[in-house]
Design a protein. Structure first.
Length: 254
């Protein structure tokens, strides 16, 4: 049995900077998710699983009435101390959001849905609290990405101890769900009308690729990463991260 940690600290999960491909992935995922929220001015936007609170704050700084929800007391305190009262911070589970029906314009859930014990209940909550014409943006890691497929093949050839610490295809211990495009779209489609799905980055987590980028000039590595990202946008099934945008199904609102 797994027990949720109300004192969870994310500082060791996503280092501020570890490699060029990691920096690129997390930066572009954030940019794409925030852009998918649309013009934030005067909108009520909820960031579910807000963690450090940087995304909720970014939306607030652009004119949104921003809310950050996270079950961790430690992360809530961190966010309050860092960003203050410009965001309304709420300690809450994604599966039980303390908001009235159809009161929000946008719900953002970036990199958190796979941490939820009951993602279907959380998705239903997203559709419950967002307005009929509102928008829901969900981003998760894709464990059937090109990186995962290559890493699984390499793992059959190279001895385990010689290939990195954790393979891209190995699901972290704090994840409840191993997402791929089919599973994600299947869960979301029960409650959302899918409007858009995009991929972010190709090749993240492959040790040799990361080392190769590190030996190139900043300009060269940026060009390579951007070209790979363009391909990921067109082929989300191979991308490292999936970003899906949708609106509530009418049947979910009855």
């Amino acid at each position: 049995m797994r027990v949720e940690d109300l004192e969870r600290d994310m500082t060791s999960v996503v280092p501020a900077s570890q490699s060029r491909d990691s920096d690129f992935l997390f930066r572009n995922m954030t940019q794409l998710c925030l852009a998918a929220c649309g013009d934030p001015r005067s909108k009520r936007i909820l960031d579910v699983g807000s963690g450090f609170g940087q995304d909720a704050f970014a939306l607030a700084s652009k004119g949104a009435f921003s809310f950050g929800a996270d079950p961790s007391v430690r992360m809530m305190n961190w966010a309050r101390e860092t960003y203050g009262s410009q965001v309304s911070w709420v300690q809450a589970w994604g599966e039980a959001l303390p908001f009235a029906d159809r009161t929000l314009d946008v719900v953002l859930c970036k990199g958190s849905l796979d941490h939820f014990k009951n993602p279907d209940a959380a998705i239903f909550e997203f559709t419950r609290v967002v307005k009929c014409e509102g928008r829901i943006v969900v981003a998760v890691a894709n464990f059937e990405s090109l990186s995962c497929r290559i890493a699984r093949s390499v793992d059959l050839v190279l001895p385990r101890g010689r290939y990195g610490i954790r393979r891209p295809f190995e699901v972290p211990s704090d994840h409840f769900t191993r997402y791929d495009p089919e599973l994600l779209l299947g869960q979301l489609s029960r409650h959302l009308s899918i409007e858009d799905i995009r991929g972010v980055s190709l090749g993240w987590g492959l040790e040799l690729y990361s080392r190769w980028l590190a030996r190139r000039s900043v300009r060269t590595s940026r060009i390579v990463l951007e070209l790979a990202d363009r391909l990921a946008r067109r082929l989300p099934q191979l991308a490292d991260v999936l970003v899906v945008t949708g609106r509530p199904r009418r049947s979910s609102m009855t």
